[in-house]
Unconditional design. Structure first.
Length: 655
């Protein structure tokens, strides 16, 4: 039996998280002597909702049934109009929640209420759409104080944050913002719920899911894309750190050591809180065999290198928000509280600190380059900065936010470019310019869309930038063992390969290969012969492809340089030599793309230009040029150049 049954149909399958609202609302309820039961519908298709919800209602006989809406969509436009290689999402949690509401309405006579972060963003609209009796805009604290009023339907005007029907009119009561819970929220029942949700093997395994613990609530900033101040208020209300660490200690006693500290930002206005937290975590972990690691959102400002060192020594593992750009005017328009120098310095510091603590290179990076105020010049300025700082080599993957999620009163209106041209996506795969803002609704930066020529072309460019300009992901997409094997099966390569095996370059690459893939030393070295080595590498590539990619790409590039040097006609032309240098020397993929885009409209046009001059008839030059194109991830398209404001100039000088 339970007084309140909480149901969640808004868990994002791509990143399943036990609803922290279940923990927080249950804790608030305990203070009022109210019992709570929870049901998460993650993994269940709609046809199975009826059985799960009916069984829960029969088992608990609730006086009130609540529907938690953590998010109304994934907040990523690419999930609904995906970039190449990304499947379309079927994540429409408001559709699923409405379906669940209809079932509960049939099975129970208890009043139905909705709430949560995603609900509050468009509270009145979502309340009507879901067909509820009540809604809660923002903090749920008053619902438990006035719990009997809700059950009886009396004096509803007195309940803060409540949305209800006053006769036939939707009424929204006064909003009140509450601070974090002054007491511990997790209890033994919470731990049991976590175990059921994740399974004990996952929950207590080597790669534990993050467990949320609230640190602060509210945000004073006005970033054009963010709903945090709307939902949680503009005044920051901090939780007592002794309570926070009491919570963490309780979780740690069960072996739960991966904590997400819930707050808008860790370092609002100064780094004082960040330093206090780091010192307390160091002291906490010094007394524990099982060390806690933690994450929290933080700004790239008001955090020095020494403080970052301290944070990572304390078990901190990052968690910042996406940078909109590295362009100061763009950052000013998006209303974020930092500028390019802050973001660049913080990123450089983070890379250095992560390397120093033997965490390896920072694996992933993300930017909101498709923000509403972006333009070709903003994109180019930002990518120029990123490239000049040499950041690309530190990231194995990246993601780009390509469009803005439309939120009423936040990112819609107020002169925000593109907000008058939103696209609403629906589960039936249709999309419409007739906006329904509670559904997944997004808009593009008009200058970017105009430059690209279409939504598909713009998303394709962002996908390309993710793979080649912001990360090294492209390096792992080709089978370099097969590319090498293609060369070594051709007679032109045999003399070059023998010379290469005896060179200093080969020695350093063998060492890299041995360091990258432990256990491969048994088939390395000149004694392997021409084809034997490559064939063995090709066999290994089926299981070790990602690890072998870097050394094999460098081997192919070095062999390509040697093949080109045999073609004296190619190297005799200064223009040809410049292009060859871009492809086979040390220019970054971004610098290579920018330079080539000024001269060539496509990859094929580069190949044609080079081979027109070549006297080689063996295929060596062609192989070498194509290796260079693959090694730099080159993908020349007129629309890609246009997105960066690059125009074709036949006589443009190359660097």
């Amino acid at each position: 039996m339970a007084d309140l049954l909480l149901i969640n149909a808004s868990n994002f399958p791509a990143n399943p998280i036990y609803p922290y609202a279940f923990v927080q609302l249950s804790a608030l309820a305990r203070r009022q002597g109210i019992t709570v039961s929870c049901l998460d519908l993650l993994g269940l298709p709609q046809p199975r909702y009826e059985d799960a919800i009916s069984r829960a209602i029969i088992d608990t006989s609730p006086s009130l049934i609540g529907f938690h809406v953590r998010q109304a969509d994934s907040v990523s436009q690419r999930d609904y109009a995906p970039a190449p290689g990304n499947p379309k999402s079927d994540f429409f949690p408001l559709d699923d929640t409405r379906f669940a509401v209809e079932i509960a309405r049939r099975v129970s006579s208890a009043p139905l209420i909705g709430g949560g972060f995603g609900f509050t963003v468009h509270a009145s609209r979502t309340f009507e759409h879901l067909g509820l009796d009540y809604g809660c805009a923002g903090d749920g604290d008053p619902l438990f104080t006035y719990f009997e009023n809700l059950i009886a339907g009396r004096d509803l005007h007195a309940v803060p944050n409540l949305i209800w029907y006053n006769e036939d009119t939707v009424a929204s009561n006064h909003r009140c913002f509450y601070g974090p819970n002054p007491e511990r929220e997790y209890d033994a029942t919470s731990i049991q719920s976590l175990e059921r949700f994740y399974g004990t093997e996952t929950l207590y395994g080597t790669n534990q899911p993050s467990i949320a613990v609230e640190l602060a609530r509210g945000c004073p900033y006005a970033c054009y894309f963010c709903t945090e101040p709307t939902v949680k208020g503009r005044t920051v209300r901090y939780r007592d750190l002794d309570v926070v660490f009491g919570e963490i200690g309780f979780l740690n006693s069960f072996g739960l050591n991966n904590i997400w500290l819930v707050c808008s930002e860790l370092n609002i206005g100064n780094e004082e809180l960040a330093v206090k937290l780091a010192e307390k975590f160091i002291a906490f972990n010094s007394k524990r065999t099982s060390k806690v690691r933690w994450r929290a959102y933080h700004l790239p400002k008001w955090i020095t290198r020494s403080t970052l060192d301290l944070l990572y020594r304390s078990g901190f593992r990052g968690g910042w928000n996406d940078y909109p750009s590295f362009d100061d005017e763009n950052l000013r328009k998006t209303r974020v509280p930092y500028r390019s120098k802050d973001a660049v310095q913080h990123l450089a510091n983070t890379i250095a600190v992560c390397s120093n603590i033997h965490e390896g290179r920072k694996r992933a990076f993300s930017m909101f380059l498709g923000n509403a105020f972006s333009s070709p010049s903003v994109l180019k300025n930002s990518l120029d900065v990123f490239d000049q700082c040499g950041f690309q080599k530190h990231f194995l993957e990246a993601s780009v936010g390509g469009a803005t999620r439309a939120f009423e009163g936040v990112s819609i209106g107020s002169g925000i470019p593109g907000s008058d041209l939103p696209i609403t996506y629906r589960r039936d795969s249709s999309h419409s310019s007739t906006m329904n803002i509670i559904c997944p609704t997004y808009f593009f930066a008009p200058p970017l869309l105009e430059a690209a020529g279409s939504e598909e072309a713009l998303l394709s460019f962002f996908h390309y930038a993710e793979r080649c300009f912001l990360s090294r992901a492209y390096e792992f997409e080709d089978n370099w063992a097969d590319i090498l094997l293609t060369a070594l099966r051709s007679p032109w390569s045999h003399g070059l390969w023998r010379s290469f095996l005896e060179s200093n370059s080969a020695a350093s690459l063998w060492n890299l290969l041995a360091d990258t893939v432990p256990g491969t030393t048994g088939f390395l070295g000149p004694e392997c012969g021409d084809l034997v080595l490559a064939e063995r590498l090709a066999e290994e590539n089926s299981t070790l492809g990602r690890h072998l990619s870097t050394p094999l790409r460098l081997i192919c590039t070095e062999l390509g340089r040697q093949a080109i040097e045999l073609d004296t006609a190619l190297l005799a032309s200064h223009e040809v030599a410049e292009v060859i240098g871009l492809l086979l020397q040390d220019e970054s993929p971004y610098a290579c793309f920018v330079a080539l885009s000024k001269r060539f409209p496509s990859n094929q046009s580069v190949l044609d230009f080079l081979l027109e001059t070549s006297t080689d008839r063996t295929g060596a030059a062609s192989w070498a040029v194509q290796v260079g194109i693959k090694a730099k991830g080159v993908s020349l398209r007129p629309e890609f150049a246009a997105v960066l404001g690059i125009s074709l100039q036949e006589s443009a000088p190359l660097p």
